[in-house]
Ligand binder design. Structure first.
Ligand SMILES: [Zn+2]
Length: 293
């Protein structure tokens, strides 16, 4: 009996914006938002992951965007008053500049004569929070975030420390936001394939050389995707729909297909409820990995 390769939840996750896409949106907004003044705000009135605080939101009228930043998959739109708009794209959210109105536009920041800033989100798992200056450090979504994978903070030493003494399978460890932020299922699968590490390997069994290779693979896979996203920036600035970019994937979603590096066939297993794709020849389990669930 053929196994089901991708479960329905994984289809949503596969569409979910991952770190490279959030970074792309961030770069697009950095290019254009600073200096723009909010002239009015309209909302759909529908609840997102958190209800939209209309009172706080309306206080932003006449405020001016001064800076855009990203941390993990959160976007920070800093305003001149010291207030910050904290935005998460959830599973299907998008933040872009466009004049036309569309279904699932939930928050629209009108910017005078400029194209409005639109938060669109069909599945409504996204979030638009208004944070006062002193609330950023205590916001429950932001405390305990792990290191950024594309900064020097993710390095061999850090990952060795996190892997030390734990039987957690390496795939689950690198997907843990408290360890490293922004590595979703797609990039965890792809990084482990590139590093030739079996996803179920207990973290403590990785040797220093493997940890070095894995650290490099994570950075490599993510930065390639960010670069790819760079070509779609204009979509977010009003010249398109801010569509998702297609990524070239080696193992994710390729169950049953030939491995691009050897004569093996990509297989799929479940780990922590998520589809896990790997090449059993390139990513041989080490002696204890098979004991892990
Ligand atoms: Zn292979």
């Amino acid at each position: 009996m053929p196994c089901i390769d991708v479960h329905i939840t994984d289809i949503y996750y596969a569409l979910m914006p991952e770190l490279p896409e959030v970074e792309t949106v961030c770069l697009a907004m950095k290019k254009t938002l600073p200096g723009k003044r909010i002239t009015s705000i309209s909302t759909s009135g529908k609840r997102l992951r958190e209800p939209i605080d209309e009172i706080r939101l309306n206080k932003l009228i006449n405020d001016k965007f001064i800076e855009v930043k990203r941390r993990a998959k959160y976007l920070f739109l800093h305003l001149a008053s010291g207030t910050t708009l904290l935005i998460h794209l959830g599973m299907s959210g998008n933040l872009l500049l466009r004049k036309s109105r569309e279904k699932h536009d939930h928050v629209i920041f009108h910017l005078g004569q400029e194209r409005p800033l639109v938060f669109n989100d069909p599945r409504r798992f996204g979030m638009v929070l208004v944070l006062e200056k002193n609330e950023i450090h205590t916001c429950s979504y932001l405390v305990n975030l792990g290191v950024e994978p594309l900064t020097p903070k993710l390095n061999k030493r850090y990952l060795m420390k996190k892997c030390h003494g734990t039987n957690t399978p390496i795939k689950n460890l690198i997907m843990n936001n408290k360890v490293i932020v922004g590595i979703g299922n797609i990039y965890a699968n792809e990084s482990l394939f590139q590093a030739k590490i079996h996803p179920k390997t207990p973290a403590r069994h990785l040797n220093p050389a493997e940890i070095t290779i894995l650290t490099r693979a994570i950075k490599n896979v993510l930065s390639k995707a960010v670069k790819k996203g760079g070509t779609t920036i204009n979509d977010y600035l009003g010249s398109g729909e801010g569509g998702r970019f297609q990524q070239k994937l080696s193992v994710y979603g390729r169950n049953g297909q030939a491995c691009g590096k050897c004569s093996g066939t990509i297989v799929n297993t479940r780990m922590a409820g998520r589809s896990t794709f790997y090449c059993p020849l390139c990513q041989r389990p080490n002696k204890s990995a098979s004991a892990e669930k």
